[in-house]
Design a protein around this ligand. Structure first.
Ligand code: ZN
Length: 143
């Protein structure tokens, strides 16, 4: 399925737009983010266009996830990376910036001050156990 307007990540997959490719598999491509949050920040995308999680096929998602893991381990091996954040923004409400599903593989090093923890902690809210139970039930059972 071709997106309208043209999709920058599809153009990278086709080779119409240059990218710093890291690894390619049958269904997935990994390339460096040109605006890295830390050294080695890589994006992993399905080669077939899928806007977000509802659109991606299970086969493509599996390969994208496996490639993201490969990238994470590779970063640890060759760039002195000590940890990784894997982040997916799926949908406008989740602040997805490019409408072609992608996993950010963010290299982390002790003391790198990337600051995701501060962002995370600032958003944590106290929650009623009954609300948690109700939510889990809805997620498990609602058609
Ligand atoms: Zn695309």
């Amino acid at each position: 399925m071709s997106p309208t307007p043209p999709c920058i990540f599809c153009a990278i997959v086709k080779g119409d737009v240059p990218a710093y490719k890291v690894r390619e598999t049958e269904r997935a491509l990994a390339f460096l983010d040109i605006h890295p949050i830390s050294w080695g920040h890589t994006l992993v995308v399905p080669k077939a266009h899928a806007a977000d999680l509802p659109e991606v096929t299970p086969e493509d998602w599996k390969e994208v996830a496996e490639l993201a893991r490969w990238v994470a381990l590779r970063l640890r091996k060759v760039l002195e990376v000590e940890g990784n954040n894997l982040i997916v923004a799926s949908g406008k409400a989740a602040e997805q910036s490019v409408s072609h599903l992608h996993i950010h593989v963010i290299p982390r090093r002790e003391g790198d001050e990337v600051g995701l923890q501060d962002w995370w902690v600032s958003k944590i809210q106290p929650t009623d156990p009954e609300e948690l139970s109700r939510t889990a039930t809805v997620l498990r059972e609602k058609a």
